[in-house]
Ligand binder design. Sequence first.
Ligand SMILES: NC(=O)c1ccc[n+]([C@@H]2O[C@H](COP(=O)([O-])OP(=O)(O)OC[C@H]3O[C@@H](n4cnc5c(N)ncnc54)[C@H](OP(=O)(O)O)[C@@H]3O)[C@@H](O)[C@H]2O)c1
Length: 271
Amino acid sequence: MIAITLSGVAGRMGVAIGRAVATSDDIRVAGALGPPNRPYTGHDLGEQLGTGTQGIVIEGNVGSVLQPGRTWVEFSTPKASIAHAEQVSDMGLPLLIGTTGFTDSQVEVIRKYSEHIPCLVGSNMSLGANLLFLLTEYAARLVDADADIEIIESHHRFKRDAPSGTAKDLTESILRGRRQVYKAVYGRAPSSGPRTNREIGIHSIRAGDISGEHTVLFGSIGERIELTHRVQSVDTFAHGTLHAIRFLQDRPAGLYTMMDVIRSTMNVSTD
Ligand SMILES: NC(=O)c1ccc[n+]([C@@H]2O[C@H](COP(=O)([O-])OP(=O)(O)OC[C@H]3O[C@@H](n4cnc5c(N)ncnc54)[C@H](OP(=O)(O)O)[C@@H]3O)[C@@H](O)[C@H]2O)c1
């Protein structure tokens, strides 16, 4: 049985992962963490998940849940994730980070920790979205070099970061496929002026309860290609997270992505 500590347990992702784990045969939540002094700290995890009593108290203090033998699963905020990652690294535990919105220097800090522990960072835990990264790279290689490239991402109104981590990773997929320098242009204002050739437009929509949609559009004169991935609910991310937790067991130190999970669990060649 794989034991995990779930950080950000009361959030949308924390609840979805907690519920998915409750129905799995091989993973259990051994520690649950929220920020200090929340109404739900000190209460049983099952109350938060609506699954009935689990005998696990939601803690507000990292020290209470930082235990050997557990995989740390983090879906909270960038600041909290970086602080927890340091302690998890010091203890030598496997670390899965699903939080998005890191700065470049925070990404570098995580990369440093991954020299000591197995660490998987995924901007999008859905298996399909990770296939979209591959399809986007391939399309960027094939589609006419003059085609205009735009990314449109849509999420629920509560999402804190923009553009999404997935949109940023899609930009990387395009750059790998194109092997050219492009400028990222975030949205367009009246002052933006006409589009130039070497830019990738990135547009963020925040509305209602949209779970997550990403479209990569290649627009030429007379035709366009659109690659779209839609997530129907956060349960899809939770499902991918469980795959990633299993993947991390007994891995050597290193920085892993969902692409490694896909290679190992779906028998898909990503070369
Ligand atoms: N990788 C993926 O596939 C994926 C999918 C969806 C979302 N995400 C990302 O995952 C993160 C969480 O998403 P979400 O939708 O679940 O957000 P959310 O509903 O806002 O949940 C975040 C949770 O983190 C808690 N938190 C804040 N500081 C903490 C700390 N110091 N220790 C422990 N918990 C802390 C918050 O508690 P309070 O609310 O009580 O402050 C909240 O319950 C975001 O960065 C989001 O972009 C990733």
